[in-house]
Design a protein around this ligand. Structure first.
Ligand code: PHE
Length: 463
């Protein structure tokens, strides 16, 4: 077997790159939306408990497997149990699917950053601006290709000289930006036509206060499942990305600390994203203004920025730059994971592999970017929503494959290779694995059951 020449220089480089993968549009457009929808503080508490138990279990498993096997998903699962190679292949297919549309979303965000930089904040706030942009047949393609090209360039430069180098400046800046915007959001206030004053602080309390109104068992379960599927996507687990990144971690790095830091970074940014978005939307559009996904970022927020007056352009620029950093570092991790798997399977070098993959994904991204114009389709998904190409890819990878993979891998680790496979790796640098007992119970009993329920729910079989 070819020896790995790729490594992160140390703990910090690894943590920032992994946090870069974890922090993405999920933190910015999904977490705040879910928090507002699912009872504010109630969602926050449930999410936090899940991060510390369930998220920790899945993240630990992925990273430890990566470092122990020194391989990416396909090689790693094959090494654990040759019969389970299929699970490695399935895991590899998740980033393969995500990559088809992630650069498209990155392109949309870049376009909006350009719009704000060029002072067109008012135009972006118009009702049909977003729809007419994505249904154009040139602009979304150009921006998607640009985003894909930049991603490929960074991955081409390698783990330490590309990914780590970029993450080391991008992630700290991102953190500062979310703090600055969140603080600004809290100071907002607006007097409506009837003379009523709405403040950012009220919005912040709305975000924090647990809302138990109308709480039934069914609704509680729904919140739990929302939080769980968000956690998955947010930590980039069960898609092989953290296995790949784990395989680049040097043996002397203390994985316990690194994993804690990645969890804190990802959850911290998600919380701050809520603190920057919810108060701002609350002040200018009330509690009904919180859209989900793209509609929040590209329709509701531009309206909020426009209502801020002159400051709006500036805040818009800061916000979309933040979003570019979040998306770019995630996109890099997706391409890196595909690249690493291909390098291992085909025994090819990094540069050649990246070039071939870029050619493929430039073409595919263009097709997906045209999914609202030339290649427009309407497909009814099993979860009841109607989707275009991008939603279909997203649905298959996130709602169907990820819970299924997590379910099978908890069974593999919990019962076949046994939790010691991971525990030994966690203690390799001579450190104590503090949450060992918790890990064992989670991976064998709790996680498989939860994953099974999540799988049934997200495929529409349950509820
Ligand atoms: N973790 C990222 C987020 O929260 C999403 C992501 C998905 C990143 C897939 C990489 C791969 O948005």
């Amino acid at each position: 077997m070819e020896k790995k020449s790729n490594h992160f220089s140390g703990q910090l480089g690894f943590v920032l790159a992994a946090a870069g993968s974890a922090v993405g549009v999920g933190n910015l457009w999904r977490f705040p939306y879910l928090a507002a929808k699912d009872g504010g503080g109630l969602f926050l508490i449930i999410y936090l408990i899940l991060v510390l138990t369930f998220g920790f279990t899945l993240l630990t498993s992925d990273i430890a497997i990566g470092r122990r096997t020194q391989k990416s998903a396909i090689g790693a699962y094959t090494q654990m149990r040759p019969k389970w190679k299929f699970l490695g292949i399935l895991t590899f297919l998740v980033p393969v699917l995500i990559m088809t549309y992630y650069a498209v979303i990155g392109g949309w965000i870049t376009k909006y950053a350009v719009v704000y930089v060029t002072g067109q904040a008012q135009a972006a706030a118009a009702d049909d601006y977003f729809t007419s942009f994505i249904s154009s047949s040139t602009s979304p393609v150009i921006f998607a290709l640009l985003f894909m090209g930049v991603t490929a360039f960074i991955v081409y430069n390698g783990v330490e000289k590309g990914i780590e180098k970029v993450s080391k400046w991008m992630m700290p800046i991102l953190l500062v930006l979310v703090v600055v915007i969140a603080v600004y959001s809290l100071t907002l206030s607006y007097t409506d036509a009837s003379g009523q004053v709405h403040t950012g602080w009220q919005g912040f309390l709305y975000y924090l206060k647990p809302d138990f109104k109308g709480l039934t068992v069914q609704r509680f379960l729904q919140i739990l499942l929302d939080a769980m599927s968000q956690l998955f996507f947010s930590l980039s687990v069960s898609m092989g990305i953290m296995i790949t990144y784990g395989s680049y971690v040097k043996p002397e790095v203390n994985l316990n600390k690194a994993i804690n830091q990645i969890e804190i970074f990802d959850t911290g940014v998600a919380f701050l994203a809520g603190a920057m978005i919810i108060p701002a939307v609350y002040v200018f559009s009330g509690t009904e203004g919180m859209g989900a996904g793209p509609s929040l970022m590209f329709i509701s927020l531009p309206k909020v920025f426009s209502a801020m007056g002159k400051a709006g352009t500036f805040v818009g620029i800061l916000f979309f730059v933040t979003a570019i950093f979040a998306t770019l570092s995630s996109c890099i991790s997706v391409l890196e994971s595909i690249t690493a798997n291909c390098m291992e399977i085909f025994h090819t070098g990094r540069k050649k592999t990246v070039l071939v993959l870029s050619a493929i994904y430039l073409a595919v991204s263009a097709v997906i970017a045209l999914g609202y114009s030339i290649f427009y389709v309407e497909v009814k998904l099993p979860n009841g929503s109607v989707g275009q190409l991008l939603d279909i890819m997203d649905y298959i990878s996130n709602s169907v494959m990820m819970p299924f993979i997590a379910l099978l891998s908890t069974i593999l680790i919990g019962w076949i290779v046994t939790p010691y496979y991971v525990i030994d790796e966690m203690e390799r640098s001579g450190d104590k694995f503090r949450r060992k007992k918790l890990y064992r119970v989670m991976i064998r009993f709790v996680a498989p059951v939860m994953m099974f329920i999540l799988f049934l729910q997200s495929t529409g079989i349950l509820f």
